[in-house]
Design a protein around this ligand. Sequence first.
Ligand code: GLU
Length: 467
Amino acid sequence: MSAPRYRFAPSPTGYFHVGGARTALYNWLLALKNGGTFVLRIEDTDESRNQPQWTQGIIDALEWLGIHHHDSHFEGPYFQSANAAEHIAAAMRLYEQGNAYFCDQTTEQIQARAKEKGITGYDGFSRDRGLGPGEGRVLRFRVPDGKTVVHDLVRGVVEFDNSTIEDFVLLRGNGTPVFLIANVVDDVLMKISNVIRAEEHLPNAPKQQMLFEALGETVPAWAHVPVLVNEQRKKLSKRRDKVAVEQYREEGILASAMTNYLMTLGWAPSGDTEIVPWQTIIDQFRLEDVNHSPAFFDVKKLLAFNGEYIRMMSLDDFIAAAEEVFSSSAPWSPERYRPEMFRAMAPLVQTRVALVPEAIPMVDFLFLPEPPIDDDAFAKSFSAEWAVPALRDIAAEFGSCEFTAESLKSATERVGEKHQVKLGKLQAPLRVAITGRTVGPPLFEPIELLGRDETLRRIHSAINRAS
Ligand code: GLU
């Protein structure tokens, strides 16, 4: 048997849908696993929606997901629009063979007759009228009697009664080919052996199978993968849900977390963890094991995966990733940044973030001239009567104790005993005074980094503000 040829055939729409990313990954990983080829075909026949930069967007998104266009398993991109002449020629061959016929009926005429007969869709009115080509005439496929049986690797055997399928259009009234024939002819031209695509195309499969057969071509192995749904079990939609891969990427989702997470939708690796290296997925994945039911695209779970992947990074890689984010989005001016301070804080941050950009509010107070104090948080943390007197005592202790995280903590505990306030509670006004926030990483390490003078200055400034 010759090496399998898979394809990913997106229509450029301006952004890259997470569902498309999953389909692309299935095709890619099977091409790698089975020594086959991944063909990228841009289905760009809808000229009104087509823009060259969108194709680049697809290539960039694939590249980010690890589907490298320079890899020997990758072929393309091909453009569907370049094959229009072949699509038309194949449709005309079907006409000459008697598998297709021209029809001059307008939508209004078709609807009026359907209403009269109490049917839906086109009734085959022109089947035997012997019309030739002509302006405004569409070419329709003559759907044969009987059944069409689609063997689908995910869904099993799916039977379609041909009587439920109308004589569908192959060429429009202006002579341009429609998706169904363009897609089949391209699969023939590109020698595609396996079609893996979204479940929404399942109703197209029997029609396309009939076209392959009428053209005397081998039907590819089908696999229609279940749709992705949101928390309300509704199909992910760009109006309701965050679906663009680019957006997740911008927000700090790592490619490794995204690819691993997408692969766990409707499938799971063996063992007790879903977080596994890509190679394990390649070794274990089988389309036959993909679940039939819609898969919930759970953003919270994706974030949890991302957190795990962040924790698997080496400290140096984490620092590099964080510094890249800082270079574009940090609120402090670059000359105030102290790499050695961040390096000291990085292990505390790395264990606490789900997205790398979340590092910013955990360390910004170290590099900003003043802590970014939130008024409400401040008022709340200083509402207790003990807050100001306790902070005065803390300032006194911090003024004389050894300035290490450990001693600072013991000093704070001593103040807590005096005021009969637990350390956790006592830390709240101290944390706001130093960091401006009510939550954050452990407090005494960054206080040590900040140094005695700046720490005392911040505590006194908070006391003044509160009194
Ligand atoms: N261009 C189609 C889409 O983006 C895919 C068609 C196919 O995979 O056969 O939905």
